[in-house]
Design a protein around this ligand. Structure first.
Ligand code: PEP
Length: 252
């Protein structure tokens, strides 16, 4: 089953109008200059920039996503943003369950599942993030942790079209450290088997699994050539046009 590589950028809480729009346009220009690419690209700016970035990218194959959404469609949730609002302003994707949401806001698998379900129900595709902490890794719990996160965070209705799973070891995010290629492949293979138990082999074999955690132009090529790695979720390096683009160009 061929899976088209997805290179996704998570800008986190970075970017003002002047530099955010320039960054998005810079990536769009790279795609345009390349003509056809063998990979898809997605950028997830902060909420404040989504509308203007989506407008700036009109006509580009570059997709726009958000970094989170609420579990409800509307209502008394001061400060929150719903999936349908994101869809309304031009998002086609939303990241749910990023480790920074899980740790900063105590979001558990049940909450991530609710977010994924509502996002899919309004027509958004999700990037569902999972991954072990350093303590869990040190106590050899990685496999158990990711299996439980797949069971708890991925909707039973997930398909290869509406769902992408990102394996992001928490200790690798923003640290410059990464697991070995063998470790990444092993975990991704387990994730795919766990998805097969939940969704069936056909869906599991078609769902894209991204690796995230200190991916950069230097390590991307090897990571992206692993059999069960179908792209990257990139934080820091997605804030620089040339680095983000170079990661995509490293696709096999
Ligand atoms: C992330 O936050 O999703 C991430 C992978 O960050 P970084 O690439 O900076 O490690």
């Amino acid at each position: 089953m061929s899976r088209r590589t997805l290179i996704a950028g998570n800008w986190k809480m970075n970017g003002m109008s002047f530099d955010g729009i320039a960054l998005a346009k810079g990536v769009a220009n790279k795609i345009k200059a390349a003509g056809d690419t063998s990979f898809d690209m997605l950028i997830c700016p902060p909420y404040t920039l989504i509308s203007s970035v989506a407008a700036a990218l009109s006509g580009s194959p570059l997709s726009v996503g958000a970094q989170d959404c609420h579990t409800e469609e509307n209502g008394p949730h001061t400060g929150d943003i719903s999936a349908s609002m994101l869809k309304d302003i031009g998002c086609s994707f939303v990241i749910v369950g990023h480790s920074e949401r899980r740790s900063n806001y105590g979001e558990n698998d049940a909450k991530v599942l609710s977010k994924a379900k509502i996002a899919n129900s309004v027509g958004l595709n999700t990037v569902i993030c999972i991954g072990e902490t350093e303590t869990e890794r040190d106590s050899s719990e990685t496999i158990n942790v990711v299996k439980a996160q797949i069971l708890g965070s991925v909707p039973d209705s997930a398909t290869a079209k509406n769902t992408v799973v990102a394996y992001e070891p928490v200790w690798a995010i923003g640290t410059g450290r990464t697991p070995t290629n063998d470790e990444v492949q092993k975990v991704h293979a387990v994730i795919r088997s766990q998805l097969a138990l939940k969704l069936g082999a056909d869906t599991a074999n078609s769902i894209r699994l991204l690796y995230g955690g200190s991916m950069n132009p230097e390590n991307a090529k090897e990571l992206l050539s692993l059999p069960d790695v179908d792209g990257g979720l990139i934080g820091g390096a997605s804030l620089r046009v040339n680095d983000f683009w170079a990661i995509g160009e490293g696709c096999p």
